[in-house]
Design a binder for this molecule. Structure first.
Ligand code: GLN
Length: 479
């Protein structure tokens, strides 16, 4: 088997036995990108010095990793796949990048995403869409679609994504890989270009659960440069990789299994529940009564934060600057308007307008404040449920990957595809998506597991047990 087909833990074993070298692993991944990425377009750019990479002898994890284009790497462009950040090169490393570099990981390049992470399909990228490696007519999900597609296509061993409302888990589900959104505060956001600061988290996208635990262990931890990061020790997540769920109490929320869910997805989740039952977990029907308000609350809170975060792209400090031919208002205001009009895509403009509206005086109490109150109610639903439960299981998305273009003109139906992932962001809790089967069209289906704040170990334990007793993570795309 080629080296790029293996997981990081398999590669680390080979390295330990001196059966391969970091150089060979990197070359295998770069060769694969050369051979297949023209079809998939998971990457928007490769790092300039790939071929010249030197590995120091003591590197703990010299694993090639794809980085979403909204995470800062010193001196490398970071554009969030928006024209407005054209030419921007961050002068510093994100904390997660610093940690990866210290561990010896090799940053392959930047992966495609929806502009500023606004979307669920990676179609809102100024570089054009990424294709789903299982079916090239389909989207890979989004917004971290490039990262998920790269891992599924064996063009990266690991990838980093970011998740504000589902952007790691939904593409992981659509591409048949593992994706984890950590607890808010578990991973530093320093150097992650902000979408909605109270919801954003960086997290791992990998081939299996063991790799996910390894990668989270590297990037997690307190960071004094992110005041919202949690000052808590990071457990050794690999110790949670036990094939045992005996006695665990898992909830099934009725609100997640209503109309709109694809029957094939429902059946796959039902079968997954049976697997875990046989391993000794008990299942309990629960209610999370405020679920139906999650999408509305999210699109108020997230767009309000996005509109204020995006105000800084005005042609002065970052990226693109445009000046119209004649004078319309004043040269400065003309420059702002022309730059933002030319630099931002339609979805970004839509979100800025929505967010600015709900924050404006007279509407603040009716929209933004109400959105925050609903957010609290959603969090309280989970707090209450977790008094008696160890975890909750749901589908990751109501359907499998949809066709490119299918929802592009219908923002509402696009927003609805996040219905199962958004509540974890609103309440800050950790959630993982793992492969749990295929549709008859051979598109992957994802199972979502949610746990209490900072209990990522519980997610790993359940996910690992499931994986050890099912074949899905071993399925390969044929490209
Ligand atoms: N699809 C959601 C949105 O468009 C979530 C995006 C994300 O998590 N970044 O807002």
């Amino acid at each position: 088997m080629k080296l790029n087909e293996l997981t990081a833990h398999e590669l680390l074993d080979l390295l330990k036995e001196k059966k391969t070298t970091p150089r060979e692993i990197l070359d295998a991944v770069l060769a694969r990108i050369q051979a297949t990425d023209a079809q998939i377009r998971a990457y928007v750019r490769l790092r300039s010095n790939a071929a010249a990479q030197e590995f120091s002898n003591g590197s703990a994890t010299p694993i090639p990793i794809g980085i979403k284009d909204n995470i800062c790497v010193t001196g490398e462009p970071a554009t969030c796949c928006s024209r407005i950040l054209e030419g921007f090169k961050p002068p510093y490393d994100a904390t997660v990048i610093q940690k990866l570099k210290e561990s010896g990981a090799y940053l392959i390049g930047s992966t495609n995403m929806d502009e500023f992470a606004f979307g669920s399909s990676t179609e809102n990228s100024c570089y054009g869409p990424t294709r789903n490696p299982w079916n090239k007519d389909c989207v890979p999900g989004g917004s971290s679609g490039g990262s998920a597609a790269a891992v599924a296509a064996r063009e990266a061993i690991w990838a980093l994504g970011s998740d504000t409302g589902g952007s790691i888990r939904q593409p992981a589900s659509f591409c048949g890989v593992v994706g984890l959104k950590p607890t808010y505060g578990r991973v530093s956001r320093y150097g992650l270009i902000a979408f909605a600061s109270s919801l954003d988290q960086i997290g791992p996208i990998t081939r299996d659960v063991e790799d996910c635990a390894l990668l989270l262990g590297i990037i997690a931890g307190y960071d004094e440069r992110d005041s919202t990061s949690a000052d808590l020790p990071v457990p050794d997540y690999t110790r949670a990789l036990v094939n045992d769920v005996k006695g665990l109490k898992i909830g099934i929320p009725g609100e997640y299994f209503v109309e709109g869910i694809d029957p094939q997805v429902r059946a796959a989740i039902g079968a997954a529940i049976e697997v875990l039952k046989q391993r000794g977990a008990t299942f309990h029907e629960i209610s999370l009564p405020h679920t139906e308000y999650a999408i509305a609350a999210y699109y108020i809170v997230a767009t309000a934060e996005a509109s204020s975060n995006l105000a800084r792209y005005d042609g002065v400090q970052y990226g693109l600057r445009r000046q119209p031919a004649g004078t319309r208002k004043t040269p400065l205001v003309d420059m702002y308007e022309e730059t933002r009009d030319a630099g931002l895509g339609n979805e970004a403009k839509r979100r800025i307008m929505l967010g600015t509206y709900s924050l404006s005086s007279g509407y603040y109490d009716d929209y933004y404040l109400k959105g925050l109150k609903v957010r609290t109610l959603i969090k309280q639903d989970f707090d209450k449920a977790f008094l008696k439960l160890d975890a909750i299981i749901t589908p990751t998305a109501p359907t499998t990957a949809f066709k490119i273009g299918e929802k592009a003109d219908n923002p509402l139906s696009m927003y609805l595809s996040d219905v199962y992932t958004i509540s974890a962001n609103l309440s800050g809790i950790p959630a993982i998506s793992i492969p749990c089967g295929f549709s008859k069209e051979r598109l992957p289906i994802g199972l979502q597991i949610l746990a209490k704040p900072f209990d990522e170990a519980m997610l790993f334990r359940i996910a690992y047990t499931y994986e050890q007793n099912t074949p899905w993570h071993k399925e390969r795309v044929s490209l």
